[in-house]
Design a protein around this ligand. Structure first.
Ligand SMILES: Nc1ncnc2c1ncn2[C@@H]1O[C@H](COP(=O)(O)OP(=O)(O)OP(=O)(O)O)[C@@H](O)[C@H]1O
Ligand SMILES: [Mg+2]
Length: 339
């Protein structure tokens, strides 16, 4: 029995959803409440686990399959199933509704540029605009809400990188699928049970900068590594890219600023803002819309500061014009400036 079918045995109540390619995410909020995302819509389903111990057994087996444990001391788990699906678990008493499991399924249909176009996630003009930005070695930050498609867009943009470039990628859990030959992929490491051995984004960025990268791709900015990445972007590692949780481009800049503060150097705000605007060239904004589709909602150019305030110039924007008979939004990807 292979790893995934062994695990599926314990996940019996959600097996139909694990098998259904239209389901992208399964969210188990304790034994009695299960939601799924199907065709971009989050819906409640009838299935339940027989009991909390049965659900805990499933969670424990997931943990075991990746050589980890779930207990009072380690009540949270980040894992990747053998088929590439991403799992996060939180157990009681941290979770007050029983064991919580979220499974983001690995897609078998690739999120290729062709598919993004086919699904109306981006227009051909916008895609070739982004391709040019990547080839011109612009520093790009992808922002959006949770599960809006940031990592998927980062993957697509990374595919435009020249195969001759030496690329260093740093991620928490391996989601990028670059095909270029000169690739050095790094993954962070959590501390062991004695709190030792942790290797953070910042540590790996430190190494990356000593390994002569042409480009650095950081899976997601969440803390002080923002400062190191900005410094890298400002010191000759142009063409670097990352993602950040933020609802729009202006918020992404503010969030980036906050992350820089986590680095703990007590830098004056003006200095941080100067670093941010000097480093960053473009922000790409992704979103999941109410019709269930995911789209590139905008591309903005980062301009120099104006009296200490950020300025951005929208280049492209998704503008909804209506809804078709099947409930899907219709609209256009509109070009704002022509320079
Ligand atoms: N353009 C798209 N069309 C349809 N599905 C998509 C699209 N982009 C991403 N997805 C799907 O949406 C889910 C979330 O995608 P992704 O992991 O890229 O989001 P994210 O914003 O990086 O999420 P997180 O906030 O958790 O990091 C995945 O299941 C992915 O396959
Ligand atoms: Mg992501």
């Amino acid at each position: 029995m292979n790893g995934i079918s062994y695990l599926t045995m314990f996940l019996e109540p959600v097996k139909p959803y694990l098998d259904d390619p239209a389901v992208s995410e399964i969210m188990i909020n304790g034994p009695r409440s299960i939601y799924i995302e199907k065709n971009g819509h989050v819906v409640h389903v009838e299935e339940t686990f027989p009991s909390e111990p049965a659900l805990q057994a499933a969670a424990n087996n997931i943990a075991k399959s990746v050589g980890r444990v779930l207990n009072d001391e380690y009540p949270r788990l980040d894992a990747r199933l053998p088929d590439g699906s991403r799992v996060h678990v939180v157990i009681p008493p941290l979770s007050r509704c029983g064991t919580v499991v979220a499974i983001r399924k690995f897609r078998t249909d690739s999120l290729s540029p062709e598919n993004l176009l086919k699904w109306g996630s981006i227009s051909p003009e916008m895609l070739s605009y982004l391709e040019k930005l990547v080839r011109k070695r612009m520093n790009i930050l992808i922002c959006g809400a949770t599960s809006s498609g940031k990592t998927s867009i980062l993957n697509v943009l990374s595919s435009f990188i020249d195969p001759a470039d030496r690329i260093l990628t740093i991620e928490d859990s391996c989601e990028l699928q670059l095909r270029q030959p000169h690739l050095v992929p790094f993954e962070t490491r959590r501390p062991d049970k004695d709190g030792k051995g942790e290797v953070t984004f910042r540590d790996l960025l430190h190494s990356a900068l000593r390994l002569r990268p042409d480009r650095i791709i950081l899976g997601e900015i969440r803390g002080g590594e923002a400062l190191d990445l900005l410094q890298a972007m400002n010191t000759g590692h142009s063409g670097s890219m990352s993602t950040i949780h933020a609802n729009n481009a202006p918020d992404a800049l503010l969030r980036l600023e906050t992350c820089v503060m986590y680095a703990g150097f007590d830098l004056p705000l003006a200095a941080i803002r100067n670093q941010v605007t000097a480093a960053l060239n473009y922000i790409v904004h992704t979103g999941r819309l109410e019709d269930g589709s995911r789209k590139v909602l905008g591309i903005s150019k980062v301009l120099p500061l104006d009296h200490g305030e950020y300025r951005i110039e929208d280049q492209w924007e998704w503008v909804q014009t209506g809804t078709d008979q099947s409930g899907r939004f219709t609209g256009d990807f509109v070009r704002h400036t022509q320079n």
